[in-house]
Design a protein around this ligand. Structure first.
Ligand code: EPU
Length: 430
């Protein structure tokens, strides 16, 4: 077991390269199940969620070749199994994409309900509703979801979602790609990774229109062919580095991003007094003076992303005045609050709303990463705080951040990954 140890209070300076998007990669890799041929996928982030998905694909019989740190070749033509092992699926939220991909390819999928970070209730009823609309029979028995298309192939159909769901939009897109006829998803989610999945599938021969709008139309095709595709940069990783500069100060050039995807985050940081300059596929982020208070409400794209909630909360803790944060997507994204309080933050939560009173300084403390983005927030807080912060349960952070210690060290941060001594974890257990 390891922890991060950060000696904070040092402004960040230099350049950082952003990796491929986690939430695109965890859908695009399973999408290779639909392809008849070899898919070369580039800009794959080196994170544990990707390792898990590749493990599941191997278990199903896919040929997985790691070409280099960011490129993988997948050949799923020999896959003949539709049952995903319980212990693998339970470790990751995105295992739900295996249902859409297996159902689309074989007309059959046996997948346990997904795991992932505890952000409150995380139903997948809208995914299942979509599969049913496409003619699948669904049963949940013995801890497994069994989905079967009685005619062997799904039938395209209109799907009206009751909530705007990233996962359901992408999963129904996967299931519909090889279905018979036209599927229409409405209202569809519009996140950048939805467009990325549609672009991946279209580049392999799918016929998907409207990704990035409220209405996505998928005309089923008989088969997909192999090809090469490069995953988009990770909006949330880039946003986390931007927030780290806001909280700790300094000037960092954030490379390999799509600035348009960052607008919702850039706008908030600019309101807080951070300077953000666009330069091609990079943003230069600078914070010299004090941070100003603002209000943040998380919403589906192009609104402020829920996956940036806890990181911007750290910057707001250090802003002058009182800020309000409203969580618009998840019931329980507040577990970072208790940890930040250990560092001197002044935050009160009531339901979906938090009131943040800015403090002059955060101080280092032993804290826990309670989920992926809460863990990222602890890193941001540790960088800004005076003294030493020790973060445990870093496996959450490694689910979604590629080489975060190395990237931050290059920016001048004093951050190290250290073994947790036996006596440490005995006293911190429970
Ligand atoms: N919802 C339902 N029924 C469903 C699906 C969703 O009621 O069938 C509700 C949820 O409870 C939630 C809202 O709809 O209130 C939106 O959920 P969504 O389906 O959009 O979320 P998700 O697909 O489970 C993905 C990301 C999350 C990110 C959300 C929102 C992946 C693997 N996960 O989750 O990412 O917070 O979209 O943008 O793509 C993270 O990266 O840290 C993370 C949690």
């Amino acid at each position: 077991m390891t922890k991060y140890v950060i000696n904070g209070g040092k402004p960040l300076h230099g350049e950082v390269e952003i990796s491929g998007a986690k939430n695109a990669a965890v859908a695009i890799l399973p999408a290779a199940l639909l392809v008849d041929g070899v898919c070369r996928i580039e800009n794959v982030p080196n994170i544990s969620d990707v390792t898990l998905i590749l493990g599941i694909l191997k278990d199903l019989g896919a040929n997985v070749r790691i070409i280099n740190k960011t490129t993988v070749e997948l050949d799923c033509s020999k896959v003949n199994k539709q049952n995903v092992p319980y212990e693998l699926a339970r470790q990751i939220r995105a295992s739900y994409y295996l249902i859409g991909a297996l159902l689309g390819r074989f007309g059959k999928a046996e997948v346990p309900p997904p795991g992932g970070c505890d952000l409150g209730v995380r139903p997948i009823d809208q995914h299942l509703k979509g599969f049913s609309a496409l003619g699948s029979e669904i049963q949940i028995e013995n801890g497994y979801i069994y989905a079967v298309a009685p005619q062997g192939r799904l039938q395209g159909a209109p799907v009206y979602l009751d909530v705007v769901s990233v996962g359901a939009t992408m999963n129904i897109m996967l299931a519909a790609t090889l279905a018979d006829g036209m599927t229409i998803i409405e209202p569809a989610a519009k996140e950048p990774h939805i467009v990325d999945l549609a672009n991946f599938l279209n580049s392999m021969g799918a016929d998907i229109m409207g990704a990035g709008t409220d209405v996505i139309k998928i005309r089923g095709v008989k088969k997909l062919h192999g090809g090469s595709y490069s995953i988009i940069p990770d909006q949330i990783e880039a946003g986390t580095f931007m927030t780290a500069v806001a909280a700790a100060g300094g000037e960092v050039r954030i490379n390999n991003i799509i600035p348009k995807h960052m607008d919702c985050i850039t706008a908030k940081l600019v309101e807080m007094g951070v300077q953000v300059e666009e330069d091609g596929d990079a943003l230069i982020v600078r914070r010299t003076g004090k941070l100003t208070r603002t209000n943040v409400k998380t919403m589906p794209y192009p609104g402020f992303p829920t996956d940036m909630h806890s990181q911007i909360a750290v910057a707001l803790c250090l802003a002058e005045g009182t800020s309000i944060i409203t969580e618009g997507i998840w019931d329980n994204r507040w577990r970072y609050v208790d940890e930040l309080r250990r560092m001197g933050a002044n935050i009160q939560v009531d339901g979906k709303v938090a009131v943040v009173e800015g403090v002059k300084q955060l101080t280092g403390a032993p804290v826990c990463a309670t989920d992926l983005r809460a863990g990222a927030a602890m890193v941001v807080a540790g960088l800004a705080a005076s003294g030493t912060t020790e973060i445990e349960q870093i496996h959450y952070i490694e689910r979604g951040y590629d080489n975060i210690v190395e990237k931050l060290s290059k920016l001048g941060a004093d951050i190290q990954e250290k073994k947790i001594m036996e006596e440490d974890w005995r006293t911190s257990a429970g």
